[in-house]
Write a protein that binds this ligand. Structure first.
Ligand code: 6PG
Length: 235
């Protein structure tokens, strides 16, 4: 199925994503009493999280998970959950499920996070909004192009020790969790991501992680600034 593509200025995208986040969360809380989301790090976090922090949501019904995490303490500028707390989650009473990526044994950490997902959500976990950033190589979470983890079918969370983007040691959600999500939103900014977005969106056989993720569940939503969308064919 074709993804939905939203092209706007960075500020426009932030406003539209925040509005949609609030509507989706409100609907989920009304229908099921709870709302779950997965967050990225990087430029999407920097741009969007301050606006999400201002949303008037029933935060005590919101469960926040992460798509990936680097093996660093939360005080390190490289920590995705540390960044999310600083820009957003320290200001609202949401339930924050940080990935324990800094505890040494990544396999044990992956098992612990799987247990946390399973005890909070149904099995398989149906995340209401999976918000993904995308690297210029097409990676999402810490699922990198050509990596064997792209073929993972049973584990929900896995350790990575060879990330091509530093730091090398990380935890990541896997494709089965992305595929089970109720919604996948991909946000990307800048001309450096335009060629990979063209392949991911226009080549139905693309094996880029972002393309596999976007095809895996209900139609994905892409939030792109004009530079990131500049190589897409206009409809
Ligand atoms: C990572 C991040 C990942 C991030 C993408 C995009 O380590 O790669 O954890 O979640 O969202 O890399 O990052 P940018 O938007 O900064 O390019």
């Amino acid at each position: 199925m074709q993804p939905e593509i939203i092209v706007d200025s960075r500020d426009g995208l932030v406003a539209r994503a925040a509005e949609r986040f609030a509507a989706t969360a409100g609907g989920a809380i009304e229908a099921r009493g709870t709302f779950s989301c997965v967050l990225p790090g990087g430029s999407v976090a920097e741009s969007m999280f301050p606006a999400f922090a201002r949303l008037p949501l029933a935060w005590d019904h919101v469960h926040v998970f992460f798509g990936d995490e680097r093996a660093v303490p939360e005080t390190d500028p490289d920590s995705n959950s540390g960044l999310a707390r600083k820009l957003w989650l320290d200001r609202v009473p949401a339930h924050v499920h940080a990935m324990p990526a800094n505890q040494g044994d990544l396999d044990a950490a992956a098992t612990a996070y799987t247990t946390e997902l399973r005890s909070t959500l149904v099995d398989p976990p149906r995340i209401d909004v999976m918000l993904l950033g995308m690297g210029p190589d097409g990676h999402v979470c810490s699922l990198f192009p050509g990596h064997p983890l792209l073929r993972e079918r049973s584990r929900w969370v896995a350790g990575v020790t060879d990330s091509p983007k530093p730091p090398p040691r990380r935890l990541t959600l896997t494709m089965p969790v992305l595929a089970a999500a109720r919604a996948i939103w991909v946000a990307a900014f800048g001309a450096g991501k335009a060629p990979i977005l063209r392949e991911a969106i226009q080549d139905p056989s693309s094996q880029l992680p972002v393309a596999i993720a976007a095809r895996s569940g209900p139609p994905a939503v892409f939030f792109l600034d004009p530079d990131a969308a500049s190589k897409l064919d206009t409809p």
